[in-house]
Design a protein around this ligand. Structure first.
Ligand code: PEP
Ligand code: MG
Length: 548
C-alpha cells in the first residue's frame, strides 16, 4: 500500500513522460532508413504510450491505494488475463507490445534502467528470449547481434518484421530453449533451414561452416547474375519477378535484379498497422513502391484479409469464429461485401499510379462474376477521378489469382476479361489436396511434384494458350529449383518468387533446354514414373543442373 498517493502519482507521471521521450527518440533515430515498416511498429508503440485508457487504469489503481509499481503490475496482469481469453494471434502481438511498454515503465519507475541491451552485447551474439518486443530489439547493437531465437513468436509478430528490416535471422516457436542453453554457449543458427544447434560437436560446426561458406559462394555467384537476363539455352526469356509486401522489401529489386514485383501483398500494411490504414497512408505506400520500382512493373494484389490474416480492428466476420478460415470469409469475399474497403484501396492505387501503368490483381477469385464485381469498383473510382480531372494512370491492367481450383474450370469465360493470371500454388495446392497449408503435420505429406498437381497445372497452361493473357506462378513452389524446373516443363515462363530465390532460379534457367524439358515432362504426365520428383532430379543432374 502506498503511504502517499500524490507522491506515487507523481512518480508514475514522470515515468510516463520518460517512456514517451524514449519512444520518440527511438522513432526519431530512424536508424533503419525512413519509411520502413518498423516505423509502423513504432507508431503502434506511440499509440500505446499515449493511450489514455492505460494510464487511467494505472492511476485508478494508485487511487485505490497501490504503489506505482504495484499499480503498473496489476494493470499488466489484468491485461494479460484478458488477452488469454482472446485467441487471436494478431491481437496477441499487439498485447505483447503493450507488455513491452509496461515492463519499460516498471523499469523506469523502479530505477532499474539497465536492460540486457544497454549492458552491451558480446561480439556475434544470439539473443534467446521467451518473447521480445520490437522496441526492445531496436535497443540492441545490430553490429553485434547476429540472430534471435524466440520460444514464442510468430511470422506476423512485429519483432520479426523489425528483425527483417535489420537483416537479422529470427527463429520462432522454439520451445523450452532457455532451459537448455547457458550464456556463452556456442550456438549455430540457420535461418534458411529454420534450425539451431546448441553446443554443437566439432563435426556439426564444420558442416555448418562448410554450408555457410558454400552458401556465401553461391550467393556471390547468383549476385553476379544480377544484370544478366535469364534466357534458356534455346533462347526463351523467362521472367523472374519477386514477391513483396513491405516497403523494406523493395531494395531487393535492385539487389536481385528481378524483373519486377509480380505479387505485392497489400494486406501486409494492414497487418503491421494498429488501425485501418487511411487512404493517404495507402497511397503513400503504393507511390513509394512504384517510385522504387522505377521502370519495372509492380502487380498490386488487393487485400487478402481473413483466413489466418485476421485484423483486430476489422471485425470482418461479424465476430463469428470460423471452422475453416482458409476457406472462409476472406480476400475478395470480404472486399466485395465491405466495398468501402475496396473503394478506398482502388482510389489509393489509381492515384498512386498517376502517369504510369497500374497492375491490379484480385485474390481468391472463385467465379468470374467476382472478378467483374471487383473490377467495377475500380471502374467507378476511375470515372469519379476522371470527372474530378485528377491525373490518372496511363493504363490499368487487371488480373486474377488462380488459387481456387473451381476457377480452372471456367477459364474460357474468365480469360477474355483480363490481362494476366497468377497461379497461387500455396492456396491452390492446399485446396487441391484438402490439406491445410499451416498444419506442420501436412507440410511434407503431399508433394508439389505430384502427378495431380502437375496434371492440373498442365491443363491450366493449355486452357490459357491462344488467349492474350500473361500466365505466372507466384506461390512458394516457384522459388524452389526443382519445382521451378517442373513448372517450366509445363510451359510456365513467368515466375514471381521470394527475393532470396531470384538468383538461384535465374542461374537454373540458363542451363535449361526448354523443348527437351517439355518433351520429358509431357512423357512423365502421360506415362508416369513411380516418382516424378526422382525422375526430374535424375534428368536435371544428368544435365549438370543442381537441384537444391
Ligand atoms: C498463394 O496462395 O500461393 C499466394 C501466392 O498467396 P498467399 O501466399 O498470400 O496466400
Ligand atoms: Mg493465396
Amino acid at each position: 500500500m502506498a503511504e502517499d498517493r500524490d507522491a506515487e502519482l507523481q512518480r508514475v507521471y514522470l515515468a510516463f513522460d520518460k517512456m514517451r521521450e524514449q519512444i520518440e527518440k527511438m522513432a526519431a533515430q530512424a536508424e533503419f532508413g525512413v519509411g520502413g515498416e518498423h516505423e509502423e511498429v513504432l507508431e503502434t508503440y506511440k499509440m500505446f504510450a499515449y493511450d489514455e485508457g492505460w494510464s487511467r487504469r494505472i492511476i485508478e489503481a494508485i487511487d485505490s491505494g497501490l504503489t506505482a509499481e504495484a499499480a503498473i503490475e496489476r494493470v499488466q496482469q489484468r491485461t494479460r488475463m484478458r488477452m488469454r481469453q482472446i485467441d487471436d494471434p494478431l491481437l496477441a502481438d499487439r498485447m505483447h507490445d503493450l507488455e513491452d511498454l509496461s515492463n519499460r515503465l516498471l523499469r523506469i519507475v523502479s530505477g532499474q534502467m539497465g536492460t540486457a541491451a544497454s549492458m552491451g552485447l558480446r561480439q556475434d551474439s544470439i539473443l534467446i528470449a521467451r518473447n521480445l518486443g520490437p522496441a526492445e530489439l531496436l535497443e540492441y547493437d545490430k553490429r553485434r547481434l547476429k540472430g534471435v531465437i524466440l520460444e514464442e513468436g510468430s511470422l506476423t509478430a512485429h519483432v520479426v518484421i523489425v528483425a527483417r528490416a535489420m537483416g537479422i535471422p529470427v527463429l520462432g516457436r522454439v520451445r523450452s530453449l532457455r532451459a537448455a542453453v547457458r550464456e556463452g554457449d556456442l550456438l549455430l543458427l540457420d535461418g534458411d533451414q529454420g534450425n539451431a544447434t546448441v553446443r554443437p560437436v566439432p563435426a556439426a560446426t564444420e558442416a555448418f561452416e562448410a554450408r555457410f561458406a558454400k552458401n556465401k559462394e553461391r550467393q556471390a555467384a547468383y549476385a553476379a547474375l544480377r544484370e544478366v537476363e535469364p534466357f534458356t539455352r534455346d533462347g526463351t526469356r523467362i521472367q523472374v519477378l519477386m514477391n513483396a509486401g513491405l516497403r523494406d522489401d523493395m531494395p531487393n529489386l535492385a539487389l536481385t535484379g528481378a524483373d519486377g514485383v509480380g505479387l505485392f501483398r497489400t494486406e501486409f500494411q494492414f497487418l503491421v498497422s494498429a488501425t485501418l490504414p487511411a487512404r493517404e497512408r495507402q497511397t503513400r505506400l503504393y507511390r513509394d513502391v512504384l517510385d522504387s520500382a522505377g521502370d519495372k512493373p509492380v502487380v498490386f494484389r488487393t487485400v487478402d484479409i481473413g483466413g489466418d490474416k485476421v485484423l483486430p480492428y476489422l471485425r470482418h466476420n461479424d465476430g463469428e469464429d470460423e471452422e475453416n478460415p482458409a476457406m472462409g470469409w476472406r480476400a475478395l469475399r470480404v472486399a466485395l461485401e465491405r466495398d468501402g474497403l475496396l473503394k478506398v484501396q482502388a482510389r489509393a492505387l489509381i492515384e498512386a499510379a498517376a502517369g504510369r501503368t497500374l497492375n491490379v490483381m484480385f485474390p481468391m477469385v472463385s467465379e468470374p462474376w467476382e472478378f467483374d464485381a471487383a473490377k467495377a469498383v475500380f471502374d467507378e473510382q476511375l470515372k469519379y477521378l476522371k470527372q474530378q480531372r485528377k491525373p490518372l494512370p496511363e493504363a490499368i491492367e487487371f488480373g486474377a489469382m488462380l488459387e481456387v481450383p473451381a476457377l480452372a474450370e471456367v477459364l474460357d469465360i474468365l480469360l477474355p476479361k483480363l490481362s494476366f493470371v497468377s497461379i497461387g500454388t500455396n492456396d491452390l495446392t492446399q485446396f487441391l489436396f484438402a490439406a491445410d497449408r499451416a498444419n506442420p503435420k501436412l507440410a511434407e505429406r503431399y508433394d508439389w511434384l505430384s502427378l495431380s498437381i502437375l496434371r492440373f497445372l498442365s491443363r491450366v497452361v493449355k486452357a490459357n494458350a491462344g488467349h492474350n493473357v500473361r500466365l505466372a506462378v507466384c506461390g512458394e513452389m516457384g522459388g524452389r529449383r526443382l519445382e521451378a524446373l517442373a513448372l517450366m516443363g509445363l510451359g510456365i515462363e513467368r515466375f514471381s518468387i521470394t527475393p532470396v530465390a531470384v538468383g538461384s532460379i535465374k542461374e537454373m534457367v540458363r542451363k535449361v533446354d526448354l523443348p527437351e524439358l517439355r518433351r520429358a515432362m509431357s512423357g512423365w504426365l502421360s506415362n508416369p514414373p513411380p516418382d516424378i520428383r526422382a525422375a526430374l532430379r535424375h534428368w536435371a543432374t544428368e544435365r549438370g543442373i543442381e537441384t537444391d
